[in-house]
Design a protein around this ligand. Structure first.
Ligand code: APR
Length: 760
């Protein structure tokens, strides 16, 4: 029995996310709508295939349940990452987390080299008593196979996971222990040669019975016609042979009315399986390899001992396309661990070319195990359609005709594109039982329908733009942050400020992405500021990792939202959000030019002593040092400032604009500007929500404008409408301005490349 988990219990120093625990009754999971599921991303290709898997699973869950159900993923550590962080290949906390939360998933793990280490996978299985290894193996349409008719194989292998030669009872030749065991054998009448290594195979009645029980139950639950006990009992009577006998015994005792033996089938039913019965038969291990190639359609569920199961699972996987497309699960009575069955593929790690299908299929098994069949079916359909349309990772397309090789992330994008659109808004609004604090997709308080803006990151910029957006009555606001308490506190404070300022907009502070479901706009301000000792690349990597995760999580719950990006380095982060979400480029916009222009405008007004209301200022290019102010297109009531100030003065204002952020930082000492950035976001939000088609310099996909090629985002004069970018205005630039803009684009491109290298 599991003991109660303390709410304050940390795992590897981290709190679990908000969510509920999966419990077990009679060996079966009882799954809440927001289960906490620990994950181990794994070594080598693990992180990239895990990211792809997680994106597809989240999207499928969002698509199937519209925000009513969602998974609270919780990272735990094992393998190389755990060694690096905690100097421990498998921290106890990670094992405890799986035991406590019940269901977990993992990528491939390196087994530490050197003497004395047992495989991490084996340790996990044995420590958690995950006694059944389940490997469903069937062909996915389109996956290349060496066989003519790979679709004929459709088996689920139940492999005993805790005993057999994997129990680790081995004695090295010549050691004292080996000699002792040899002595004992001699006493029992068996002589072994000098210099013999000895391994002991153990097979118990209890372990055999519980494995066969699961296999038969599975066959009954899933309408499968047979369970074949596979063993090598002709040679090893009391281990392999006993496994088979105990299996038959259990079938008779516990499932007597639902199973029949092969003898009964022929003696009493002329070989025709009676309706509602499961055939229990057995095959010798060597024969089954032959049988599964020649007569695969005769087999359905296989229950076998550990070593046989190991060989058989990989051989069957090879028949349907290899280990890259084979999933696995290790299931006990109180926990379950789903995993990719292949290795870490270190030679292709970090290249974004690995095939995530094995891990994704394991996640699909996990969804089925949880009873989330709708989401599982969607993942399965998306896989069949995508691969069936000859779109897959290179390992598969290499073997197909006319197929297009996709990167790991593109493959995930393609799968997500095959999922049905989320119907979050309708479902959530109609669902009275959902979290009462959630701001619905369209607030229908009174007669007014209020749009919904989610601001991710409740720091200086996030809280300020939340304040402006709500106070101006533009939208209801969900303010989300990773820090507990901050968004809740700020949200309440802002709500109360609204009461004084006469705003009916609702502000809700939260740590839970479920609250962002169905947003019209998502504003991303999450990130960290550069800390002493941190290089630019360190900052880039950290913020990119944060933005990638945030964008992905928000996108899965609000796939129709427009994304406004604020986190620096702005143009690069905007590109990253576009890549991560796979949204059309018109829906991903960076806040940059609006702020730079505002600064330019403020300085012009101050210098000329005129009202800011009459000033239009235009700034292009990358945000920060890279900006290209355009004095010719900056006017006071239509009069270019070049008519009102000398060149030197203008250059000084341009320089001050370029350094606008740094000047504020130098005063603040810690932190950076937030009022003007918050106001700039608000102006963009207003133009989008009111569909006012304002021309606001924004960081947008260049799409060949201004002769700039490639997939990059940079500040350009942009008309913003309800669909995001309505269009980019191409103004005539002088040669030096064009050069500056191109140089700016080149630098942004360079930083994108650095980021992609850093992210792997
Ligand atoms: N998920 C959600 N919130 C996060 C995450 C995350 N993974 N990581 C960090 N945050 C939150 C922090 O907890 C913090 O509250 O993001 C917030 C950032 O706030 P500040 O540090 O105050 O930064 P801010 O001044 O708001 O600037 C945000 O905009 O202008 C840019 O350069 C600036 O990149 C920075 C961003």
């Amino acid at each position: 029995m599991k003991s109660a988990i303390s709410k304050t219990r940390k795992y590897n120093g981290f709190n679990a996310p908000k969510g509920s625990r999966i419990s077990f009754v009679d060996g079966a999971p009882v799954v809440p709508d927001n289960p906490i599921i620990p994950f181990i991303e794994g070594d080598g290709i693990g992180p990239e295939i895990w990211l792809a898997t997680r994106r597809v699973v989240d999207a499928a869950v969002a698509s199937a349940y519209g925000g009513k159900r969602n998974i609270a993923w919780f990272e735990i550590f094992a393998g190389g990452k755990a060694k690096e962080l905690f100097d421990n290949w498998l921290p106890d906390d990670s094992v405890d987390a799986i035991a406590d939360f019940g269901v977990a998933i993992k990528g491939p793990l390196n087994t530490p080299s050197g003497g004395g280490f047992r495989s991490l996978n084996v340790r996990l299985r044995q420590t958690l008593d995950l006694y059944s290894c389940i490997r469903p193996i069937h062909h996915i349409e389109g996956v290349p196979s060496v066989l003519k008719a790979p679709e004929k194989l459709d088996v689920v292998i139940f492999r005993e996971n805790t005993e057999d030669v994997y129990a680790g009872i081995e004695y090295q030749a010549g050691t004292e222990d080996a000699l002792k065991v040899a002595g004992l054998l001699s006493e029992l009448g068996t002589e072994v040669r000098e210099g013999t290594g000895i391994g002991i195979k153990i097979i118990s009645k209890e372990a055999s019975r519980r494995l066969v029980r699961r296999a038969i139950q599975y066959a009954i639950d899933h309408g499968r016609k047979s369970v074949t006990l596979v063993h090598k009992g002709n040679i090893q009577k009391y281990t392999e042979g006993a496994f088979s006998l105990w299996g038959y015994e259990l079938a008779k005792e516990e499932f007597g009315d639902l199973t029949i033996t092969e003898k009964e089938l022929w003696d009493e039913h002329d070989g025709v399986l009676p309706e509602g019965k499961v055939l229990v038969n057995d095959r010798i291990a060597d024969a089954i390899f032959y049988e599964l190639l020649i007569n695969p359609e005769k087999y359905s569920v296989i229950a076998t001992t550990n070593l046989n199961g190991d060989y058989l699972s990989d051989a069957c996987a090879a028949q349907v396309g290899g280990l890259g497309v084979a999933p696995g699960a290790n299931i006990g009575d109180t926990s379950a661990l789903f995993e990719a069955v292949h290795g870490t593929a270190p030679t292709i790690a970090g290249k974004n070319i690995a095939n995530p299908t094995s891990l994704l299929l394991s996640a699909l098994m996990m969804l089925e195990y949880m009873g989330w069949d709708e989401a599982a079916a969607m993942v399965h359909k998306a896989l069949s359609r995508t691969i069936g349309n000859k779109r897959a990772t290179g390992d598969l397309t290499r073997l197909m005709d006319d197929a297009r090789a996709l990167s790991t992330s593109e493959f995930a994008d393609a799968l997500i594109a095959e999922l049905p659109a989320v119907e979050a808004k309708e479902q959530l609004v109609g669902d009275e039982t959902k979290n009462q604090n959630v701001v619905p997709a369209a607030n229908t308080r009174g007669k007014r329908a209020m749009p919904k803006v989610s601001v991710i990151g409740a720091g200086g910029v996030g809280a300020t733009c939340a304040q402006y957006i709500a106070n101006m009555g533009l939208a209801d606001v969900v303010l989300l942050d990773i820090q507990e308490g901050i968004p809740q506190g700020k949200g309440l404070d802002l709500l109360q400020a609204g009461a004084l300022l006469g705003s009916d907009a609702r502000i809700h502070g939260t740590n839970d992405y479920a609250d962002t479901v169905g947003s019209d706009i998502v504003v991303i301000t999450a990130g960290i500021a550069r800390k002493p000792g941190m290089s630019r690349d360190d900052l880039l990597k950290t913020n990119a990792t944060i933005v990638q995760e945030v964008a992905h999580r928000a996108f899965t719950l609000s796939p129709e939202a427009i994304f406004l990006v604020v986190t620096n380095p702005l143009d690069v982060m905007t590109y990253l959000v576009w890549k991560t979400t796979g949204l059309p480029s018109a829906k991903v916009i960076g806040m940059a030019g609006a702020l730079d222009s505002a600064r330019f405008k403020a300085f012009i007004a101050e210098a000329l002593d005129v009202s800011v209301v009459d000033i239009q200022a235009m700034v292009l290019g990358g945000h920060g040092d890279l900006m290209v102010p355009l004095p010719r297109y900056s006017t006071v009531s239509g009069i270019p400032i070049t008519e009102l100030m000398d060149a030197e003065k203008i250059e000084a204002l341009c320089a001050r604009t370029r350094d606008g952020g740094a000047e504020i930082v130098s005063h603040l000492k810690t932190g950076s500007a937030f009022y003007a950035p918050g106001a700039s976001v608000t102006m963009m939000v207003e133009s989008i929500l009111k569909d006012s088609h304002r021309l606001i310099p924004s960081s947008v996909h260049v799409g060949g404008a201004y002769g700039i090629k490639g997939d990059l985002f940079i500040g350009l004069p942009t008309v913003l409408c309800r669909h995001g970018v309505h269009g980019v205005v191409e103004i005539k630039l002088r040669r030096d301005e064009k050069r500056a803009l191109k140089a700016s684009a080149k630098t942004v491109q360079g930083t994108i490349e650095t980021m992609e290298t850093l992210l792997g």
